[in-house]
Write a protein that binds this ligand. Sequence first.
Ligand code: FSO
Ligand code: SF4
Length: 515
Amino acid sequence: MFCFQCEQTMKGIACTKAGVCGKTAPTANLQDDLIGALIGLSKVVPEGDTDSELARLVLDGLFTTLTNVNFDDPAIQALLDKVKAQAQNVEIYDMDKVWHNENEDIRSLKALILLGLKGMAAYAHQAAVLKYVDTTVNNFFFKALRLIGDDNASQDDLLATTMETGKVNFIAMELLDRANTEVYGNPVPVEVPLTIEPGPFIVISGHDLYDLKCLLEQTKGKGINVYTHGEMLPAHGYPELKAYPQLKGNFGTAWQNQQKEFKDMPAPVLFTTNCIMPVRKSYADRVYTTSVVGYPEMQHIGADKDFSPLIEQALELGGYDEPQEMTGINGGHTVTTGFGHDFVLKNADKVIEAVKSGDLKQIILVGGCDGARVGRNYYTQFVKESPENTLILTVACGKYRFNDLQLGSINGLPRMMDMGQCNDSYSAIKVALALADAFDCDVNDLPLSLVLSWYEQKAVSVLLTLLSLGIKNIHLGPTLPAFISPNILDFLKENFELTPITTAKEDLARILTPQ
Ligand code: FSO
Ligand code: SF4
């Protein structure tokens, strides 16, 4: 096996014997075959003519191979068979030609494109579930896969396609934003309790709001409470979802703590997307997967979204007898979310006024994934030490490091605003572009800094989007991706001023010093 797609890759180089994430070598090889088959398929499909069913298969295939999504070989094999059945002459492209390409810059660019595609597939998949599809996005998957499978692809072509991946991912994120806000309404700010009430409950993890909606419908009037987990937290802000009285609060913190947090939980948990970790015996009887998620021997809920097995088990287990006062990482009892672009832009005058009066010196997006690496406490320190004249915007699961802190307010706006899941980076970009308009300046001249944390491939696609929009001076951590070669890194540093994080103190000082 060879895999270096995520931040926790072995020794910062690659997993070659088994994945640090728990992925076995046979599973990794099967996933490579699936990608190879998708590349093979892209070569036999007429260009620019992808029907939506075929595109959906590509989304399923790519999403399945994201970090912490599917560990179940029979499920991956079934998808592989489905791809091969699409045309008579689908050849499985040998992925070793990518992973072990003797030109490390070509390998690096092909990896950047492929991993960006995987992230984008996750977003397009979530949108497609709500029947929102986009032809440009769908066609691009095939075009980019073809290029990855082209042994003579030039560095220039690959570089151009890397940037195009970012551009198209922006369309995919916009599509998903439209899907979520049109179907569930524009998010509104909401305070979410971390206390678990007595009685039966179900925990729902991952990013898919449709799965949550189905679960809320099916638990109506059954005396079962529903708690979000991980990236599902921002669901509380959507009017159509928060209207369900049994959607009570949020359970636990970010994905990497699940093995500890689910251990004694008297309730079932549903994984709708990443991040599922190797399931420990202590809670294996309570884990359910759906959609592209899979784990050996766990019960999988199919496309009919019949959640009755979870509902029955929740009732049987009965939940806690007493309220469980759980807290965030910093001891807080509640967290807030729901600060999407609609809310922030409606309050843009307050932000603009605060900047003009000097009350607000810098807006800082501290966003991205969480993970197990110790160095990630940088993000907690960064937010804790950010001065009172800064506004912290955040997205994705890295926020669990600081989202229970009380940071006060500026001009009536909370100093920390959770804009949502990683895909809601779209909201942050939309706000940044609108502010640039209002100040009549380039987005890079705004009092705005980006301090990002990455873990898996959705972060890669978001980073490519930011670069494709010409957004510079991004601070990236906790470590740099193994798949970026020294030359490509130099290119990114020179052209986009991409900067590795240092210490919270140093980076804050640099960000807050006028250039
Ligand atoms: Fe986190 Fe996992 Fe959203 Fe990622 S839950 S790490 S960027 O999958 O998707 O932020
Ligand atoms: Fe290793 Fe990450 Fe790949 Fe898992 S997903 S095998 S941890 S690089």
